[in-house]
Design a protein around this ligand. Structure first.
Ligand code: HEC
Length: 155
């Protein structure tokens, strides 16, 4: 786990240098996929059904080898317990319990992010080095599950 944390923080720090500050809710909803790749991204569909088994696998990846939890938190709210607020410059890790954000994105756009990262932010690409495509879809099922609770975050 410690090795993952060091990697995550290194990625965060490297990106910090290049990041631009986007702070508002509008900035969060703005598409991350470049316009010329949007049609392709939206065409990607999650081939997996959100079965208990697939969700459990997604959760294990999120909290385990893919270390998403480091930045996005166990509760998905966007600031892992390992990160001090203020240490990440630029946009904060996305809050997955934000239902407005959940509704604004297709699964394909989220998959694109896992392939390409979000340029200029601490969100790095995870496919293919850390996750294969099937694992990425499992993690995304889990990411989607945060949006289904009724606890809409305080903005
Ligand atoms: C080093 C910290 C860090 C780690 C580790 C990390 N993320 Fe992120 N993530 C971010 C940040 C910062 C953003 C916000 C980027 C932005 O605003 O464009 C983000 C954004 C996202 C988004 C939203 C992009 C959008 O369209 O709005 C998704 C989905 C996402 N992360 C999924 C994951 C998953 C799944 C993992 C684990 C495989 C993961 N992240 C690991 C920092 C991280």
């Amino acid at each position: 786990m410690c090795r993952f944390l060091v990697l995550a923080l290194t990625l965060a720090t490297v990106n910090l240098i290049h990041s631009t500050a986007l702070g508002t809710d509008d900035a969060v909803l703005k598409p991350r996929v470049p316009a010329d790749q949007m049609d392709q991204a939206k065409a990607w569909k999650n081939p997996l059904k959100p079965t208990q088994e697939a969700l459990e696998k997604g959760k294990q990846l999120f909290q385990g080898k893919a270390f998403c939890v480091t930045c996005h938190g166990r509760d998905g709210k966007g600031l892992g317990g390992d990160i001090e607020p203020g240490t990440l410059k630029g946009p904060l890790p996305r809050n997955f319990t934000d239902t407005e954000w959940q509704a604004a994105r297709t699964d394909g756009e989220l998959f694109w992010i896992l392939k390409n990262g979000s340029k200029g932010t601490a969100m790095a690409p995870f496919i293919p080095l850390i996750l294969n495509e099937e694992e990425a879809w499992q993690v995304l099922l889990y990411v989607r599950s945060f949006g289904q609770s009724s606890n809409t975050p305080v903005k």
